[in-house]
Design a protein around this ligand. Structure first.
Ligand code: ZN
Ligand code: ZN
Length: 346
């Protein structure tokens, strides 16, 4: 079968790799149809590593996947051949304290697609545990199935701050993760949601997906704008998805007294100094997220019901054979591409 294989920094070649043969017990073989291009894929493509995770070539990227089941192994009862599914990428041990308490995203032994040394899904077929393949209803496409992965991050962020009706929020950053966080907050009844970015195209997308007010931080001071909009109170929920030092530092100023902050974007630089004194004076709570847990069924239901207009986020669709171009185009046109997906097959 064909695979888009990263052979060196910034290089992807279409290669023939062995197709998964026969589905092992408890597993399914899925014909991949769509794979989203994530910021982490772009980071590995450009830099060859993220923190301690270093790519060992050849390496296959891609972890946001939707496809069709072509084979099921012994003992699989939740799936049948022909089912369209979204693949949750992290396979955990099931035995540790974190798995046993349902916080399996914290499992230290997770094997996650496209996180070295585990290959990803820029391939035609993949074998995956059947319980991590989530069936899509008829009105949810496999392209949306691929986007369930980032949506789960947004839902987890909204859950971490216990987002609910009656609250207001600011989302810092309007890339893919900012947008899924925005949609998750709106779906939970949070209003108004203010979205901040420095790229107009991304802010237009935020408006389209439900942002009540957008703020271009290159043109106006974010803290001043939010204080004006909230009569000096700040917001109940601050969701940082831009992963920059200044946006992370600003969260303390933006949050209302007693409010909640969640850090979703990971800043490459130190975010210090972080104003813990002000955080304490406000008795605000600081949360973080690491991926997500137990949210694929929730995300799929939210898309199926129409509560979350997930597919409207996609700005670019690339053919599988053009994966090299798709990746370099993304890297070179970050201001223009909001969310890209690769069409592996129809
Ligand atoms: Zn992702
Ligand atoms: Zn575990």
């Amino acid at each position: 079968m064909k695979a888009a294989v990263m052979t060196s920094l910034g290089h992807i070649e279409m290669k023939n790799v062995p197709k998964p043969e026969k589905a092992a017990p408890g597993k399914a073989i899925v014909k991949v149809e769509y794979v989203g291009i994530c910021g982490s894929d772009l980071h590995y493509f450009e830099h060859g590593k993220i923190g301690d995770y270093i790519v060992d070539y050849p390496f296959i990227l891609g972890h946001e996947s939707g496809g069709v089941v072509t084979e099921v192994g012994e003992g699989v009862t939740n799936l049948k051949v022909g089912d369209r599914v979204a693949l949750e990428p992290g396979v955990t041990c099931g035995k540790c304290e974190f798995c046993k308490t349902g916080r399996y995203n914290l499992c230290p032994d997770v094997e996650f697609f496209a996180t070295p040394p585990f290959d990803g899904t820029f391939v035609e077929y993949v074998e995956h545990p059947a319980d991590m393949c989530f069936k899509l209803p008829d009105n949810v496409s496999t392209m949306e199935g691929a986007l369930i992965e980032p949506l789960a991050v947004g839902l987890h962020a909204a859950n971490q701050v216990n987002a609910q009706i009656g609250q207001n929020a600011v989302v810092l950053g309007s890339g893919c993760i900012g947008l899924v966080t925005l949609m998750s907050l709106k779906a939970k009844g949070v209003s108004p949601v203010y979205v901040v970015d420095v790229i107009d195209k991304r802010l237009e997308m935020a408006k389209k997906l439900g942002a009540d007010v957008v703020i271009n931080a290159a043109k106006e001071n974010t803290v001043d704008a939010i204080m004006k909009l909230t009569d000096g109170a700040g917001v109940d929920l601050v969701c940082e998805t831009a992963g920059s030092k200044v946006t992370t530092q600003s969260t303390v100023e933006l949050v209302k007294r007693g409010g909640d902050i969640v850090l979703v974007g990971m800043s490459p630089d130190s975010v210090l100094p972080y104003d813990i004194g002000t955080l304490m004076n406000k008795e605000a709570t600081l949360h973080t997220v690491f991926r997500y847990r137990n949210l694929y069924p929730v995300a799929i239901a939210a898309v199926a019901s129409g509560a979350i207009p997930l597919k409207d986020m996609v700005t670019n669709v690339f053919e599988f054979d053009d994966t090299q171009h798709a990746m370099s185009y993304n890297c070179e046109n970050k201001a223009d591409v909001v969310k890209a997906v690769i069409k592996v097959a129809d």
